[in-house]
Design a protein around this ligand. Structure first.
Ligand code: ADP
Length: 140
């Protein structure tokens, strides 16, 4: 099966609470391999670009504030059907509706504080990998 590469961001509260290892363990257990990773703070410009599809929504300033509240961990994950499988392992956006056993269902708090961002399509995966690693195949 063809390998894909996807981009995840462990969100600031999850990083601060020491959940990065648990999150990565869940992906690695499912044979998704870490191709590259980095810790960074999201700048206003990066946030505007990354969440452009939400810029019109009333809670956008809250998302910006939350996502800039501390460092995130950006990870390029690779494996068969990685984009779809990572989204499945996360569960739906609203943590309170995410089934137990999913990352958001087990570790998330609500709609906004949902532990991890993950690319939702091959096009977005390419754009997001470039955004955070400068290349679509961020091998070290
Ligand atoms: P996903 O992260 O599941 O792909 P979206 O792209 O729709 O979801 O939203 C991006 C992020 O914005 C979510 O992960 C969440 O942190 C926040 N968000 C989305 N919808 C809401 C909402 N109704 N209220 C608060 N925050 C939200």
């Amino acid at each position: 099966m063809k390998k894909e590469t996807t981009l995840i961001l462990v969100k600031p509260d999850a990083v601060a609470e020491g959940l990065t290892g648990e999150v990565l363990r869940r992906f690695e257990k499912e044979d998704l391999r870490i191709l590259n990773c980095r810790m960074l703070r999201l700048t206003p410009a990066l946030l505007k670009e990354h969440y452009a599809h939400l810029a019109h929504l009333p809670f956008f300033p809250e998302i910006e504030k939350f996502m800039a509240s501390g460092p995130v961990v950006a990870v390029a994950l690779q494996g068969p059907k990685a984009i779809e499988r990572v989204r499945e392992l996360l569960g739906p956006t609203d943590s309170t509706k995410a089934p137990k056993g999913t990352i958001r269902g087990d570790l998330g708090k609500d709609k906004m504080h949902n532990v991890v961002h993950a690319s939702d399509s091959p096009e977005n995966a390419k754009a997001e990998l470039k955004r955070f690693f400068g290349t679509e195949e961020p091998k070290v």
